[in-house]
Design a protein around this ligand. Structure first.
Ligand code: 5AD
Ligand code: SF4
Length: 424
């Protein structure tokens, strides 16, 4: 989401005549567009803002802005005023598209300009400056109504707002005409998308049937709202990528309840089995957190057990971090850092074995894949089920779909050769 919105900010600036510079030192405007979902993300931003002080000393006319979730978070404005006096503009998640107004306002008043109020209007879109000719992210909704007890997102992004259906379809149509090959529909809870009488399944179906050779994927859905209809679209619509990111968070029913995740481990496994039954080649990935308050050894073993059963294609694993203002921050039974570390190491180790097995399984198979980028003498290609295969650079052009036979698995990196050149 932050990448997409940053591309929107870059688009606004470009339309207004600003140009990109290579070095921070030379810029007239430095924007930090931020995330505060975990403490480590916030620490990184404060480190970067601190480092910008020296740059501004050499270039005093430079404007520094802090935007996004962190700017919206309770207490940030006071902290910035107290300790980071070189920041000029603070703008939250409600109206990033008003960036030029914020700059004007600052230029008139020359004191910290705060713009952290209001409700997001999803019908105002930004003239996105995409950083790739192959991939494009399309924002379909913003905010979250789920209130998982550990999560700060509902407090910094606000309640769910869905974007106009026709406007999304129109943007996707244009992107496909412009040659983009992979569209990702994004939002905090994509599958609770609702615009008038249209739901997420109807949106995905409509976008996937637009004319052209492309794929569409989506991130992130919530297991609670994952309908059979969406599973069927993933399985049956040719242009829908065979990949579902389904955040689990924990394999323990006791912890899931304390997290307010609204599903049980049994219901989650039913969903995984339903996806695999309808679409055996589908890649299923997840988010898992260790060390939620009161998580004991048995709870953690339940998480390892579900990881063993679900055989995820990959896992994004996190150590629980306290986010002030969330219910979990006040819970008794916070887990010590050493135990959290031990658990995450164990989880990563288990997943690495599962990942190896997935990679070995792919050897000898033929996949249609999209060449996404070059890396030295290699062409990196992604299959419709999200496997990354490495080809020699002269085998494919960026943006081309090619058939590849996987010839080897080197430490979970799939190596392939052209099976038969396809003309697009
Ligand atoms: N601590 C650690 N991880 C978190 N996530 C959300 N909130 C926290 C937190 N307080 C993780 C969840 C979510 C992902 C985007 O970030 O796993 O799915
Ligand atoms: Fe956070 Fe839960 Fe909403 Fe995801 S669903 S953004 S984890 S509150």
């Amino acid at each position: 989401m932050n990448v997409a919105e940053s591309q929107g900010l870059a688009g606004i600036l470009e339309d207004a005549g600003w140009t990109k510079v290579q070095n921070k030192q030379d810029t007239d405007l430095l924007i930090f567009y931020t995330c505060c979902i975990r403490e480590s993300a916030e620490d990184t931003v404060y480190g970067n803002i601190g480092a910008a002080k020296a740059i501004k000393k050499k270039n005093p006319n430079m404007i520094i802005a802090l935007g996004g979730c962190m700017a919206q978070k309770k207490g940030t404005a006071e902290k910035i005023q107290r300790s980071y006096g070189h920041v000029d503009i603070l703008f939250g998640t409600a109206h990033p598209y008003r960036l030029l107004d914020y700059i004007d306002e600052w230029q008139q008043k020359k004191t910290l300009y705060l713009a952290t109020n209001g409700k997001r209007d999803m019908d105002i879109t930004m003239p996105t400056l995409h950083d790739s000719k192959v991939f494009a992210k399309v924002n379909i909704m913003n905010g979250c109504d789920k209130f998982c007890t550990y999560c700060i997102v509902p407090f910094v992004r606000g309640r769910e707002v869905s974007r106009n259906f026709d406007s999304i379809v129109e943007e996707c149509k244009q992107l496909i005409q412009d040659g983009y090959k992979e569209l990702t529909l994004i939002g905090q809870n994509v599958n609770s998308y609702k615009y008038n009488d249209k739901n997420f399944a109807q949106l995905l179906d409509t976008v996937s049937k637009l004319p052209g050779k492309f794929r569409v994927k989506f991130i992130s859905p919530h297991p609670q709202d994952m309908s059979d209809e969406v599973v069927k679209l993933v399985a049956n619509n040719q242009n829908v990528a065979k990949v579902v990111h389904l955040p689990l968070q924990s394999g323990s029913n006791r912890i899931l309840k304390k997290m307010n995740r609204t599903y049980s481990r049994e219901r989650f496994m039913d969903l995984v089995n339903n996806i695999r039954h309808n679409c055996p080649e589908c890649s299923i990935t997840t988010d898992i957190m260790v060390g939620f308050p009161t998580e004991n050894e048995n709870d953690f073993l339940d998480t390892l057990d579900i990881v063993n059963r679900a055989k995820f294609n990959s896992i994004f694993s996190f150590v629980y971090s306290i986010r002030s203002g969330t219910p979990a921050a006040k819970m008794e039974g916070q887990i010590d850092a050493a135990t959290k570390k031990e658990r995450i190491v164990q989880l990563i180790k288990l997943q690495s074995t599962i990942g190896q097995a997935h990679a070995s399984n792919a050897v000898g198979k033929v996949y249609n894949a999209l060449c996404v980028q070059y890396d030295n003498d290699k062409a990196l290609c992604r299959t419709i089920c999200d496997k990354l295969i490495i080809l020699s650079k002269d085998s494919a052009s960026i943006g081309e779909f090619v058939d590849i036979e996987v010839t080897a698995n080197k430490n979970s990196n799939l190596i392939g050769k052209l099976y038969k050149r396809k003309i697009i």
